[in-house]
Write a protein of this length. Structure first.
Ligand SMILES: [Zn+2]
Length: 311
C-alpha cells in the first residue's frame, strides 16, 4: 500500500497571500487524485507534527525555535524576498517535517510499501539555519536523518528531480558518506549551486552527484541522464532506502523553468527508481512534494508519479 500524507495546514500556509507557491497547488492535486481510480490504491494519512528533536538533526535549535515562535499577523518575509510565512506557516512546516518521518518509519515497519508526502512548505532549499526558496525545514533531509538515527541505516539515497538544485539537502549531507545525494537540475539557474564539479567533501566525497540539465532538456535528455548516470550510481551505492525530492517544475508548462519534461515522464522516472528500489531495498521509497507551479501540469504529473508508485 502506498501512503498519501496530507494535512489541512499544508493548504493554509500562504492562504490569502499572492505567491507562486500557493495553496491552490495542493487543491489541484487533491481534486485530481479524488477523481482518479488510483485513489483506491492509496492510504490517506493525516500527518502528525514532528518532534523538534527530529528537525534539530538537520537545523540549528535556535533557528527551529525562532520559526516556531514567530508571531505573524498576516504575513512576514523570512529571507531576502521569496520565502514568506503566514499565521499557519510554523505549524504547517512542523507537520510537513512530521509527515516525512512518519512515512519513512511506516515504510520501515512494513505498514506501507511506499509513500508520497503532499506537503507545503517544501524543503530542499532550506539550510541548516536559513529559510530559502519557499522552504523552512528541509523535509527530505529530516527524513534521511531519521532513517540513519532511528533505523540505523547506513546507505540512504536521495534523488532530487526538482528543476532547482537542492542546495540545502546537498549542504546537509556533503560530508556524509551515508547519504548519496543525486540532483538533476537546470544549470545555471536558481539557486546558483549544483555545479557538477561538486561531488561532496571529506568522507562524503563521491556521495554527491550533480547533473546539469540544459534549458531545452526534455524526456530524452532526462532518460539519458537516468540510464547513464543516476541508475548506475544507485546500483553502485546499493541504497537501503530511496527518498525522492519530487518537484514537478521541470514540466514543459511550468512557468519557473525552461525544460520540456512531459507529465508521463514523471511516471517513467518513478518506475526506474522503483525497479532500483526493488533490487536493493524491498522497494522502499518515500517522495516529497517540492516545486511545480502550473496547476494542471502539477496535478497531472503527480497522478503519473502516484500511478507508478501504486502499480
Ligand atoms: Zn523547484
Amino acid at each position: 500500500m502506498t501512503g498519501f500524507f496530507y494535512h489541512d495546514l499544508f493548504i493554509k500556509h500562504l492562504e490569502n497571500y499572492n505567491h507562486v507557491e500557493r495553496p491552490q497547488r495542493l487543491e489541484a492535486i487533491h481534486r485530481r487524485i479524488k477523481k482518479s481510480p488510483i485513489r483506491k490504491e492509496l492510504k490517506f494519512i493525516e500527518a502528525e507534527p514532528a518532534d523538534l528533536a527530529w528537525i534539530e538533526r538537520v537545523h540549528e535549535p535556535d533557528y527551529v525555535a525562532g520559526i516556531m515562535a514567530l508571531k505573524i499577523d498576516s504575513a512576514i518575509v523570512l529571507d531576502w524576498g521569496d520565502t514568506v510565512a503566514t499565521p499557519a506557516t510554523p505549524q504547517a512546516a512542523l507537520h510537513a517535517a512530521g509527515a516525512g518521518v512518519q512515512a519513512v518509519r511506516m515504510v520501515m515497519a512494513g505498514e506501507l510499501t511506499s509513500a508520497f508526502c503532499a506537503v507545503r512548505p517544501p524543503g530542499h532549499h532550506a539550510e541548516n539555519r536559513r529559510a530559502m526558496g519557499f522552504c523552512l525545514f528541509n523535509n527530505v533531509a529530516i527524513a534521511a536523518a531519521d532513517l540513519i538515527a532511528e533505523a540505523e541505516l547506513t546507505r540512504v539515497a536521495i534523488v532530487d528531480w526538482d528543476i532547482h538544485h537542492g542546495n540545502g539537502t546537498e549542504r546537509t549531507f556533503a560530508d556524509n558518506k551515508h547519504v548519496l545525494y543525486i540532483s538533476m537540475h537546470q544549470y545555471p539557474h536558481y539557486p546558483g549551486t549544483g555545479d557538477a564539479a561538486m561531488t561532496g567533501k571529506g568522507e562524503g566525497t563521491g556521495y554527491t552527484l550533480n547533473i546539469s540539465m540544459g534549458a531545452d532538456a526534455g524526456d530524452d535528455a532526462y532518460r539519458q541522464a537516468f540510464t547513464e548516470h543516476i541508475l548506475p550510481a544507485l546500483d553502485d551505492f546499493k541504497p537501503e532506502f530511496i527518498l525522492i525530492s519530487a518537484g514537478f517544475d521541470a514540466h514543459a508548462d511550468d512557468p519557473l523553468s525552461d525544460t520540456e519534461v512531459s507529465s508521463a515522464f514523471f511516471g517513467e522516472m518513478t518506475r526506474m527508481i522503483k525497479e532500483t528500489a526493488a533490487r536493493h531495498c524491498h522497494g522502499r521509497i518515500v517522495s516529497f512534494l517540492e516545486g511545480g507551479y502550473d496547476l494542471d501540469a502539477l496535478a497531472e504529473s503527480v497522478e503519473e508519479h502516484l500511478k507508478a508508485l501504486v502499480e
